[in-house]
Design a binder for this molecule. Structure first.
Ligand code: TPP
Ligand code: MG
Length: 558
C-alpha cells in the first residue's frame, strides 16, 4: 500500500478523510453492489486489495463470460450488477457481451483498471489508451475520473445513468494509483427514478385511436417483461379482446404464451411481418423496437390501412422507427394508463384469428436429410425436454437453427422464465444462464435453470461453466450437437450464397469439454433417458451438461 504523502490542510476534511477505496466500497455497499463479476489483472489488484469479507468476487475465466454472467444476474435480480475487467485487453474481450447488454438494456456498472497516472502520458504497457472511446457506442456513458477523489462520485453517476431509462451499461476506467489516495467521506448517496410515465395528453390521443379502431392488434416486447408488466399486458389485451403478438426476436417473453389471445412471435423480416398484420387497422407496439429485422425481405413495413402506434421508454428506439407515431413512456406504466383510460370501452377486437402454431406443428422426422438418421430431430428433443422439465423451470436459449421448434415445444407461461440475447452475438446465453441461476439462488426463488445451446454457440463462452461449478450451481445445459452451423446454411440458402466455407463442426466432444471444467456430463443417445437425466441434474451440486446428437437439418430461415 502506498502512503499518503500529501498534507491535508482543511481541518474538516481531516476528520472525515478516508481512502478512495474505503469510500468507494462503502458506497457500493450502500447501493447493494456487493457482488463483483470479474477477471483480474495487475491494473485491478489495487482496487481488489484486502477485498472486504461482505463482498463476493465471481471469477469468470474470459471477459465475455464475466459480462454475460453479470447481465443474467442483473436481469434475474432486477438490480444493477458490477463488473471489473482488465484494462484495454479485458474490455476488448468483453465487447461482444457489452453489445448484448446494451441491446438487452441491462444496467451494468462495468469497470476496468488503468495504468498508474504517474506514467499514463508515456503509455506504459497495459495502458487503456482511449478508455472513454473503446467501449462506445455500447455504453450509455464512459468516463475516467479526472481526479482520484472523484472516483466515488463517478460511481454514483454511473449507477444513476445505468438505472435511468433506457437502462443500460456504463463504463468507468480506474487508474490503479487512485485507490490509496485520500478522499472525503462519506460519498454522497443518491437515488433516481427508474421509470418514466407517458404524457397524459398524448396517451389520450392514443386511447382515442384505439377506441375508433375496428380491429386492433397488440405487439408486446421485452420491456414489458423487464418492467414486470405481464398482468397489465393481459388486462389490456382482454379489455380490447385484441390478439397479441410478441415482437420479433424478443429477448424476454412479454406475455403468457398459453393465453387464448396469444398468437406467437412475429417474423424477423419486413414483408412476412407485414403479412401477419393484415386485416387490422391499428397496431399498438409496446416495449420493443419497430421492428427488429434480420434477413432483408423487402416489402411494405405495414399492410395498407394499418396505423401503427409505438410506446417505448427509449427515445432512440422511437426516433429510428421507419413508420408509426410514438409516445415515450415506461411499458408497464403506459399499458396500465391505457387500460385505465379505456376502462369504459367495449372491446371491439376480433380476438385471435391467427392459427396458433404452439405445440401444433408436427415434429420433423428424424431421418430427414440424414446421414445420421438414428439421431432425433431437435423438435423431438425439445418435446422430451418439455415433458421432463421440473415445474417453474427457467429457459435460457441460444440454439439458432431450431429456435422455432423450441418455442413450439415449450410454452412460457410464467413471468421471467425465458431469456435470450437481444443482439444475436453468440456467447451470451451460456454465461447468462450461470448468472441467472446465481440470481435465482440469491433471491431465494431457486427456480431450476435450463440452458439450451447449439454446439457452435457452446464454444464461445465455454469457460463460464467453470464458474457455475465453482458456485456449486445445480443447473442443466443441453447442447444440441448437429456438428454444424446450421442457421448459417439456412441463411446462405435464403440469400442464395452457395459454397460458403467454415460451416462444419466435426470432432467436438462436448462431454469431455464439460468434464474438463468440472461439470457432470453425459451424451444422450436415446430420448427415453432425457427424463431421468433432467431429474438427476437438479439433485447434484454442480451443473450438468447433456450433449444430445441431433439430426442435421436446414430449416427455412423464416
Ligand atoms: C459472436 C458471433 N460470432 C459469429 C456469429 C455468426 N453466427 C450466427 S449463428 C452461428 C452458428 C450457430 O451454430 P450453432 O450454435 O451450432 O447452432 P445451429 O445453427 O447449428 O442450430 C454463427 C457462427 C454470431 N452470431 N456471433
Ligand atoms: Mg450447430
Amino acid at each position: 500500500m502506498t502512503t499518503v504523502s500529501q498534507p491535508i490542510h482543511r481541518p474538516e476534511q481531516r476528520a472525515t478523510t478516508s481512502t478512495v477505496r474505503d469510500v468507494t466500497f462503502d458506497l457500493l455497499r450502500e447501493c447493494g453492489l456487493t457482488t463483483v463479476f470479474g477477471n483480474v489483472g495487475s491494473t485491478e489488484e489495487a482496487f481488489l486489495e484486502n477485498f472486504p469479507s461482505d463482498f463476493r468476487y465471481v471469477l469468470g475465466l474470459q471477459e465475455t463470460s464475466v459480462i454475460a454472467m453479470a447481465d443474467g444476474f442483473a436481469q434475474a435480480t432486477r438490480r444493477p450488477a458490477l463488473v471489473n475487467v482488465h484494462t484495454a485487453a479485458g474490455l476488448g474481450n468483453a465487447m461482444g457481451g457489452l453489445v448484448t447488454a446494451y441491446m438487452n438494456k441491462t444496467p451494468l456498472i462495468v469497470t476496468a483498471g488503468q495504468q498508474t497516472r504517474e506514467m499514463l502520458l508515456l503509455e506504459p504497457w497495459l495502458t487503456n489508451v482511449e478508455p472513454e472511446t473503446l467501449p462506445r457506442p455500447w455504453v450509455k456513458w464512459a468516463y475516467q475520473p479526472v481526479r482520484a477523489q472523484d472516483v466515488p462520485a463517478a460511481f454514483m453517476r454511473a449507477i444513476a445513468t445505468a438505472l435511468q431509462p433506457p437502462t443500460g451499461p456504463v463504463f468507468l476506467s480506474l487508474p490503479l494509483d487512485d485507490w490509496d489516495k485520500p478522499c472525503p467521506a462519506p460519498a454522497v448517496l443518491r437515488t433516481v427514478a427508474t421509470r418514466v410515465a407517458p404524457d397524459p395528453a398524448r396517451l389520450g390521443e392514443f386511447a382515442d385511436a384505439i377506441r375508433q379502431a375496428a380491429s386492433p392488434v397488440l405487439i408486446y416486447g421485452a420491456s414489458v417483461a423487464r418492467g414486470e408488466g405481464w398482468p397489465q399486458a393481459v388486462e389490456l389485451a382482454e379489455a380490447l379482446n385484441a390478439p397479441v403478438w410478441a415482437a420479433p426476436g424478443s429477448e424476454r417473453a412479454p406475455f403468457p404464451e398459453d393465453h387464448p389471445l396469444y398468437c406467437g412471435g412475429l417474423p424477423f423480416a419486413i414483408a412476412p411481418l407485414s403479412e401477419k398484420l393484415q386485416g387490422h387497422d391499428l397496431a399498438l407496439v409496446v416495449g420493443a423496437p419497430v421492428f427488429r429485422y434480420y434477413p432483408y425481405v423487402p416489402g411494405e413495413y405495414l399492410p395498407s390501412g394499418l396505423r401503427l402506434l409505438h410506446i417505448s421508454d427509449d427515445p432512440a428506439e422511437t426516433a429510428r422507427a421507419p413508420v408509426g407515431d410514438s409516445l415515450l413512456g415506461d411499458a408497464a406504466l403506459s399499458i396500465a394508463a391505457l387500460r385505465d383510460v379505456l376502462a369504459d370501452h367495449a372491446p371491439r377486437g376480433r380476438g385471435r384469428t391467427e392459427r396458433l402454431e404452439h405445440r401444433m406443428a408436427p415434429h420433423p422426422p428424424a431421418s430427414q436429410n440424414g446421414s445420421r438418421s438414428n439421431r432425433p430431430a431437435a423438435g423431438e428433443v425439445f418435446a422430451a425436454l418439455n415433458e421432463a422439465r421440473p415445474p417453474h423451470a427457467v429457459l435460457v436459449e441460444e440454439s439458432p437453427s431450431n429456435l422455432a421448434d423450441l418455442h413450439k415445444a415449450w410454452a412460457i407461461t410464467e413471468p421471467d422464465t425465458f431469456y435470450t440475447f437481444a443482439s444475436g452475438g453468440l456467447g451470451w446465453d451460456l454465461p447468462a444462464s450461470v448468472g441467472i441461476a446465481l440470481g435465482e439462488r440469491d433471491s431465494g426463488r431457486n427456480r431450476p435453470v435450463i440452458a439450451v445451446i447449439g454446439d457452435g454457440s457452446f464454444q464461445y463462452s465455454l469457460q463460464s461453466i467453470w464458474s457455475a461449478v465453482q458456485l456449486k450451481l445445480p443447473m442443466l445445459m443441453v447442447v444440441l450437437r448437429n456438428d454444424e452451423y446450421a442457421i448459417l446454411k439456412a441463411f446462405a440458402v435464403q440469400q442464395k450464397t452457395p459454397g460458403v466455407p467454415g460451416l462444419e463442426l466435426p470432432g467436438l466432444d462436448i462431454v469431455s469439454l464439460a468434464k474438463g471444467y468440472g461439470c457432470e456430463a453425459a451424451r444422450v443417445q436415446d430420448l427415453d433417458t432425457i427424463k431421468p437425466a433432467v431429474a438427476q441434474a437438479f439433485e447434484k451440486d454442480v451443473p450438468t451438461v447433456l450433449e444430445v446428437p441431433i439430426s442435421r437439418q436446414v430449416p427455412p430461415l423464416i
